[in-house]
Design a protein around this ligand. Structure first.
Ligand SMILES: [Zn+2]
Ligand SMILES: [Zn+2]
Length: 263
């Protein structure tokens, strides 16, 4: 099995050394993991990402670990980049010198609103739900106009705190999935939602079903911010994927995707 979404202490909000994540993955019997730490250029109080200056250190450290653990576990190096509409050129400049295996992109900020922080106004119900959902879809659509990434991370993360709009999001989601399909992007199945107030996978089983109808390939990650969370909720997630008709997960090498059967 693989886990393609693992953080590191460089992001300033994850616990455990890179070696501890690797040791845990080996103990759990994983064949391949991908470090997928945050790169966020948004300024918002406490630092929640490696700095651009730390990207070379991050990249070189994982390259070293790849060699060190060769024969025991395959290790890939990726980044979870936060979409920022005015920083795309800067992001491309930061990524350009490095042969990353995979780049993902996320919307954690819809405009000025942090939609993931436990301290956010969103979390505490101080914002109008419909307005923030609309803004979130606007940002997803804007993000998908760019091409610096391979994977769309936790597509319906906006539901994290269990806040849902009065209307159904299926039409907006269909439009987004169509773009993901047309651009040949990979959809991330992110199991961390089971542990959040949302209480379900990102994206939902219904969206996974729809993405399968569109033949969008998927990858799988736990979003582990501590070693013991590697592979968390994978059993029930593989049942959801199987029920939707998926039989393989996407793995990457130097930004080239390939399929790995999980049955
Ligand atoms: Zn994080
Ligand atoms: Zn994320």
């Amino acid at each position: 099995m693989i886990d393609y979404h693992i953080h590191t202490p460089l992001c300033n909000h994850a616990q455990g050394s890179m070696e501890a994540y690797i040791a845990q993955a080996i103990e759990y019997g994983f064949s391949e993991i991908c470090f997928f730490d945050h790169l966020t250029l948004q300024k918002s109080g406490r630092r929640l990402s490696m700095t651009p200056d730390e990207v070379p250190l991050y990249f070189m450290t994982v390259q070293g670990l790849k060699k060190e653990y060769q024969g025991q576990i395959s290790i890939k190096v990726g980044l979870e980049v936060d979409f920022h509409p005015r920083k795309v050129d800067e992001i491309k400049d930061i990524l350009e010198p490095f042969a990353f295996d995979v780049i993902g992109s996320s919307v954690h900020f819809a405009g000025a609103y942090n939609i993931v922080s436990h301290k956010s106004d969103w979390r505490h119900g101080k914002l109008e739900t419909e307005k923030i959902y609309r803004l979130y879809f606007e940002y997803l659509t804007l993000m998908l106009e760019h091409d610096y990434f391979d994977v769309v991370c936790h597509l319906d993360l906006i539901k994290k705190f269990g806040l849902r709009p009065k209307w159904s999001i299926s039409k907006e989601m269909d439009n987004i999935l169509q773009i993901i399909h047309d651009k040949g992007l990979i959809l991330e199945i992110n199991t961390s939602g089971f542990g959040h107030p949302a209480g379900e996978i990102y994206p939902s089983a219904a969206i996974i079903q729809r993405s399968r109808e569109l033949m969008i390939p998927v990858t799988l990650g736990s979003d582990a911010h501590k070693p013991q969370n590697i592979g968390r909720y994978f059993d029930k997630t593989l049942s959801i994927l199987t029920a939707a008709g998926y039989q393989s997960l996407t793995v990457f090498d130097h930004r080239r995707p390939s399929q790995l059967a999980f049955k």
